[in-house]
Design a protein around this ligand. Structure first.
Ligand SMILES: *[C@@H]1O[C@H](CO)[C@@H](O)[C@H](O)[C@H]1NC(C)=O
Ligand SMILES: *[C@@H]1O[C@H](CO)[C@@H](O)[C@H](O)[C@H]1NC(C)=O
Ligand SMILES: *[C@@H]1O[C@H](CO)[C@@H](O)[C@H](O)[C@H]1NC(C)=O
Ligand SMILES: *[C@@H]1O[C@H](CO)[C@@H](O)[C@H](O)[C@H]1NC(C)=O
Ligand SMILES: *[C@@H]1O[C@H](CO)[C@@H](O)[C@H](O)[C@H]1NC(C)=O
Ligand SMILES: *[C@@H]1O[C@H](CO)[C@@H](O)[C@H](O)[C@H]1NC(C)=O
Ligand SMILES: *[C@@H]1O[C@H](CO)[C@@H](O)[C@H](O)[C@H]1NC(C)=O
Ligand SMILES: *[C@@H]1O[C@H](CO)[C@@H](O)[C@H](O)[C@H]1NC(C)=O
Ligand SMILES: CC(=O)N[C@H]1CO[C@H](CO)[C@@H](O)[C@@H]1O
Length: 212
């Protein structure tokens, strides 16, 4: 009896521990852009580290202020479809009004560039940007501002140019796994199929980039 109670308590604690997420990252590798955005829980919020190894060149950049990037509510769709990520993470429903970084209630939680600055192009052949980190006091790993099941999207003058799911350590829900298989809403696409699809779609994506 006592043993059963303890076992049940341990099982419940196990479930709770499994949902105690503290780490996640989005590895964006699309349209010649390679960027990793890492999220780590800290006492004051989430430590965000941005590492761009290629693709954000000055030649590609449309706005002189750089590339916007945000946390979007949904995972990436089939064939690397960034449109499927939906809108910005915005649990307070702030909307599209400009974000004042000195007044965070004016900002969408997912508006990383609005709160912390754009990704500014480095004018060399690679488009790499020196790695930087900051603490975001609004992001979380649970609740309304949770990063779990979300994605990161990089924009160029508003156009969605690259995106990836936030892979949260310990989370095996509807988002990506790290082994090349992406599961979205129950359908699974292999890494190889995604590659073929993205090659076939690259022309279309280029055309879409002019439209969105
Ligand atoms: C969550 O993980 C942190 C860091 O490992 C730990 O300090 C904390 O006690 C855990 N909380 C729960 C509810 O398991
Ligand atoms: C944030 O993460 C970066 C990269 O891991 C690390 O260098 C930095 O010390 C961290 N900052 C805090 C406040 O934890
Ligand atoms: C991308 O996703 C959007 C919304 O989910 C959809 O309307 C659109 O048709 C998709 N595009 C492609 C090329 O599949
Ligand atoms: C901060 O932003 C909110 C939402 O836009 C606004 O209602 C409030 O007046 C602003 N506060 C200050 C001090 O500007
Ligand atoms: C481009 O600039 C980045 C950031 O300063 C640097 O890490 C990288 O080595 C540079 N690449 C070239 C080819 O100069
Ligand atoms: C940048 O975005 C604005 C607003 O959507 C649009 O009017 C303009 O044509 C875009 N510029 C380029 C070069 O795409
Ligand atoms: C790796 O992918 C396979 C499907 O190909 C899946 O069954 C397995 O759970 C995945 N492993 C992890 C750690 O996500
Ligand atoms: C996972 O997908 C299923 C089926 O599409 C949906 O009912 C469920 O709410 C999703 N769970 C999460 C955590 O997104
Ligand atoms: C400020 C500067 O050097 N801008 C250059 C960046 O690279 C592009 C493409 O090579 C040039 O056209 C710019 O003049």
């Amino acid at each position: 009896m006592h043993f059963k109670t303890i076992a049940t308590a341990l099982a419940v604690a196990g479930v709770a521990a499994a949902q105690n997420y503290t780490q996640g990252s989005a590895h964006i590798n699309m349209n010649n852009i390679d960027a990793t955005v890492t999220f780590a829980k800290v006492d004051t919020g989430v430590n965000v580290t941005v590492a761009v190894s290629k693709g954000l060149t000055e030649a590609f950049q449309i706005l002189p202020v750089g590339f916007e990037y945000h946390v979007h509510v949904n995972p990436v769709g089939a064939n690397n479809n960034c449109t499927s990520t939906g809108g910005h993470l915005d649990p307070a429903n702030v909307g599209a009004a400009p974000c004042d970084p000195k007044n965070l209630t004016s900002c969408q939680v997912g508006d990383l560039s609005g709160k912390h600055g754009d990704l500014v192009a480095v004018n060399n052949s690679t488009g790499a940007i020196p790695t930087f980190s900051y603490i975001d006091t609004q992001l979380a790993f649970s609740g309304a501002a949770s990063l779990v099941g979300r994605s990161v999207v990089i924009h160029n003058n508003g156009t969605r140019v690259a995106c990836a799911d936030i892979v949260v350590e310990g989370y095996s829900g509807n988002s990506s796994s790290t082994n090349g298989t992406t599961t979205t809403g129950g359908s699974t696409t292999s890494g190889a199929a995604k590659l073929v699809g993205s090659v076939a779609l690259s022309g279309l994506v280029a055309a879409m980039m002019l439209v969105f």
